[in-house]
Design a protein. Structure first.
Length: 165
């Protein structure tokens, strides 16, 4: 069995009861280890994907888990599937999206998993919730902190909906 690792998971939804889906996902994530941080809840404009999508609800959590990165990703996909997530089109609207953003300072590039998440440090809807958890969290490859990435990317399109949820 591996030791515990600090991981960061981004949560998002824009179909159905988005807040309800995020709450269920948060509670299910807590069963995978120990939640040591939960960001505020943010309303964000869709980035990419088909036109006409509703705004997203986004958040992030810090999870200390003994699951390995591939096991954790499989568990995230299972939580999404239980919420009714189907994967038809890239960046489509979804009832639940769980992205493994960081797993410690691990760097991986496999067909099923890339760590750190390849676009996380360029997306305000990921960075703003991460900033709630750790502004000084470094990118494992570039070393750029969440704070510096937010200064570069900005916070446009991301609005705090609730500090606690």
């Amino acid at each position: 069995m591996m030791g515990s690792e600090v991981s960061y998971v981004a949560l998002g939804a824009n179909l159905g009861d988005a807040l309800g889906a995020l709450r269920v996902a948060r509670d299910e994530l807590a069963q995978l280890g120990t939640l040591t941080g939960v960001s505020g809840l943010y309303v964000t404009v869709p980035v990419g994907g088909p036109p006409g999508q509703s705004d997203y609800v986004n958040a992030a959590v810090c999870l200390v888990t003994s699951l390995g990165p591939a096991e954790l990703l499989a568990a995230l996909h299972n939580i999404e599937a239980r919420a009714g997530r189907t994967r038809r089109e890239r960046w489509e609207a979804r009832v639940l999206d769980l992205d493994l953003v960081l797993y410690g300072q691990r760097v991986l590039d496999t067909p099923g998993l890339t760590l750190p998440h390849p676009r996380a440090w360029d997306r305000a809807f990921v960075l703003v919730p991460l900033a709630d958890l750790d502004m000084d969290l470094p990118h494992p490859v570039s070393g750029e902190t969440v704070r510096a990435a937010l200064e570069r990317v900005g916070r446009e399109g991301v609005t705090l909906a609730a500090p606690f949820w």
